[in-house]
Design a protein around this ligand. Structure first.
Ligand SMILES: C[S@@+](CC[C@H](N)C(=O)[O-])C[C@H]1O[C@@H](n2cnc3c(N)ncnc32)[C@H](O)[C@@H]1O
Length: 353
């Protein structure tokens, strides 16, 4: 476990899914070895007691966490009380003389609130400048410290910003921008969430036994894992290699049937996979349920005890009987709508000891 100095930290979660953003954040903190406790939830806001360094790393790594900041104070969302709490805050713990700072206020719930955000930003900025006796400078473009105010309904949270999601990275890794593309390729944000749910940590051996064009492997490599991929189709595996190399990642790809893994020892730490189900990617003639059942049984032999596996499956193919429960425990399950005719379960399993 990392040495930890927990503080109250606020996370603005993505509104793209009801349960996955919080599950992903908790899984990343676990993978990166940061202890945390859940303090509270308000709409898309999650409050955790956690080391700010862990909060920063988790937000930079996550697909569905938009921002994180330290909570200097929490107050009812009215100007008078906010200004009262501002006076009691010791800004010198984050600012030094000559520091450049900015203040930004955001609303996460579209509810009427009489606060004039632009006016309040100016007032809070002046208070900080006064509290530091004019020794600091306002810089809204490249501040050393950005103070973020978050209005959620009738509550207001304020404190120094720690990190934001890597929007540019996810944009640059979109599947149509890669050298090799097929329509069944997984979206990078969802791939990242699945890698994170597998609790993979930097330098772990990460496996996708149905790797296709490498969507999950690229995300695993991007967080510093050693990516291993199996695919039964030689041309797809060649395309997968091109994609990983395109982003500068080393790739250990093997032409193999996932039901007969060409690895013997229990050296794989984390697995995430998006198996074929015969719509946009071929199962090569196998019945989907049978293919998954056999793959899970085989994979149980190569994943480390206590290692995690994250699996995406259309609802119609998920039955608890396909999980070899003598080898795996079901840890969590989320349902996700991909489009009108496709809903998937994202299932997380843990290998028993
Ligand atoms: C849904 S796609 C994977 C998509 C991948 N996540 C991506 O981002 O491109 C499933 C892949 O499984 C491969 N496949 C089908 N049957 C297989 C088997 N028995 N063993 C290994 N790979 C198989 C297919 O060739 C296909 O590339």
């Amino acid at each position: 476990m990392n040495p930890t100095k927990p503080q109250l930290c606020l996370f603005i979660l993505s509104g793209e899914h009801e349960t996955l953003p919080e599950a992903e954040l908790c899984a990343v903190l676990e993978a990166e070895d940061y202890a945390f406790t859940i303090h509270n939830r308000h709409h898309r806001i999650l409050l955790l007691r956690v080391d700010p360094e862990g909060a920063k790393i988790a937000t930079q790594r996550a697909g569905l966490v938009n921002h994180a900041n330290i909570v200097a104070f929490e107050s009812p969302a009215n100007e008078e009380t906010i200004l009262h709490f501002m006076k009691k805050t010791k800004f010198e713990q984050w600012l030094k003389p000559q520091s450049r700072f900015g203040v930004k206020i955001t609303r996460v719930k579209r509810e009427p609130n009489p606060i004039d955000v632009d006016e309040l930003q100016g007032k809070l900025g002046s208070q900080i400048w006064n509290a530091m006796n004019g020794s600091v400078e306002v810089d809204l473009v490249t501040p050393d410290v950005l103070f973020l105010g978050v209005i959620v309904g009738n509550l207001f949270f304020f404190g120094p910003h720690l990190a934001s999601r890597d929007r540019i990275g996810f944009f640059q890794r979109r599947s149509p921008l890669r050298p090799f593309f097929v329509p069944s390729a997984i979206n990078p944000k969802i791939a990242r969430v699945m890698v994170n749910l597998s609790r993979a940590a930097p330098s772990d051996r990460f496996l996708d036994p149905f790797c296709g064009t490498g969507g999950l492997l690229i995300e695993a490599a991007d967080i510093g894992c050693f990516p291993i991929g199996f695919d039964i189709d030689i041309s797809i595996l060649a395309g997968c290699r091109k994609n990983l190399n395109h982003y500068g990642f080393h790739f250990n790809g093997i032409i193999a049937d996932a039901r007969v893994p060409p690895i013997r020892s229990k050296k794989v730490k984390a697995i995430a996979t998006d198996p074929p189900y015969g719509r946009s990617s071929s199962t090569k003639g196998s019945a989907v349920v049978n293919l998954i059942e056999k793959t899970l049984t085989a994979i149980a032999e190569i994943i480390e005890p206590k290692g995690y596996l994250c699996l995406a499956l259309p609802l119609e193919y998920f039955k608890e009987e396909i999980i070899p429960t003598d080898s795996f425990e079901i840890v969590e399950m989320h349902t996700m709508r991909i489009h009108r005719s496709l809903q998937r379960h994202i299932v997380v399993l843990q290998k028993k000891e």
